[in-house]
Write a protein that binds this ligand. Structure first.
Ligand SMILES: [Zn+2]
Length: 325
């Protein structure tokens, strides 16, 4: 029986191409799997080219050489590529030869047991550890699992939906904070939020229980700074950072703000002030950049605490002025 290669066709999508190839080669009595892929440097990364090989083939890496001794592998040279072109996905056969007979039961091949519970769990676990989809793809392909980057995106989207239920991401966050929040500083989040007249979250302040433990013992130095472009709502994100007695920084609290007016800063600084009151401690110094709205808010809640400028910002200012002159 000739193990014919799949037709050198052009397909509209990679998924369609892979489905057709799998169906075709199954009829021929062999199986193929993607063993390598190349992605574009765009966001989200899109696959540009895939290399497929026969289920009896393998690459000659260290781990693969070990597997070659198993009865499943014959080092079959059959390989083909799937390339994205301007007009579609092109199939090309690099080596049409096989060094084995057709299999009687191609369905039983591991390559057709795609997206098992185990694969799904791997995707969920790796996603939970903030591993990006292209790294997950590489990981699964190395395990001989036939999967595309789109499958991984779909799986992640399904997991996210399951996790959120019918809530929006902000509603889900508030629900989680409510479940994990409370007065016990040993195990509970401290958080506060405020909505606008259309019930949209305007301010959200939160601290991790572990941060609160550090804070009680190290309340002296308080650093405050805002970062931008951290979220899709384009809200400035305020960080309050403490310094431990060994000189290390720790994250004290975070606050999403609608803007950077004095009223906005007042909300965040009031919450920080309440934290100081809660543990009956006071800061000895506050360090900020030269943001006057922030400095005013600090003067309101911590009138007697000296404010210093962050050394990094001072150095940056010196440089700017030196360059100007
Ligand atoms: Zn083969």
């Amino acid at each position: 029986m000739a193990l014919n290669p799949p037709p050198l066709k052009l397909y509209d999508s990679a998924g369609l191409a892979l489905n057709n190839i799998h169906e075709f080669v199954k009829e021929q009595g062999y199986a193929v799997s993607v063993f390598r892929s190349k992605t574009d440097k765009q966001v989200p990364p899109a696959v540009r080219k895939m290399w497929l090989r026969c289920a009896k083939g393998n690459d000659y890496t260290k781990t693969a050489r070990k597997r070659l001794t198993s009865s499943r592998m014959t080092g079959c040279p059959f390989t083909l590529t799937l390339t994205r072109t301007a007009i579609g996905w092109q199939v090309e056969v690099q080596d049409p030869t096989h060094n084995h007979q057709a299999f009687a039961h191609t369905r039983a091949l591991p390559h057709y047991r795609q997206r098992t519970e185990e694969t799904k769990k791997t995707i969920a676990d790796m996603s939970a550890s903030s591993i990006n989809p292209s790294k997950i793809l590489t990981n699964l392909l190395k395990k001989d699992i036939t999967i595309s980057i789109q499958d991984i995106y779909n799986e992640r989207q399904a997991n996210k939906k399951k996790l959120l239920g019918r809530l929006s991401s902000v509603q889900a966050l508030l629900k989680a904070l409510n479940e994990h929040g409370g007065d016990d500083p040993e195990s509970k989040y401290y958080f506060a939020h405020k909505e606008d007249d259309r019930d949209r979250v305007k301010y959200l302040f939160f601290t991790h229980p572990e941060s609160l433990k550090y804070f009680q013992k190290n309340p002296d130095v308080l650093l405050i700074n805002c970062t931008y472009k951290t979220n899709k709502f384009k809200m400035p994100f305020l960080h309050a950072v403490g310094v431990s007695n060994t000189g290390q920084n720790f994250k004290l609290a975070y606050c999403f703000l609608p803007g950077e007016t004095e009223a906005d800063y007042n909300f965040a600084i009031q919450q920080i002030y309440l934290l100081y009151c809660r543990y009956n401690v006071t800061p000895k110094v506050v360090i900020t950049d030269k943001e006057s709205a922030l400095k005013n808010a600090l003067r309101t809640y911590f009138p007697s605490v000296p404010q210093l400028l962050c050394l990094w910002h001072v150095a940056k200012n010196v440089l700017t002025h030196v360059q100007d002159n």
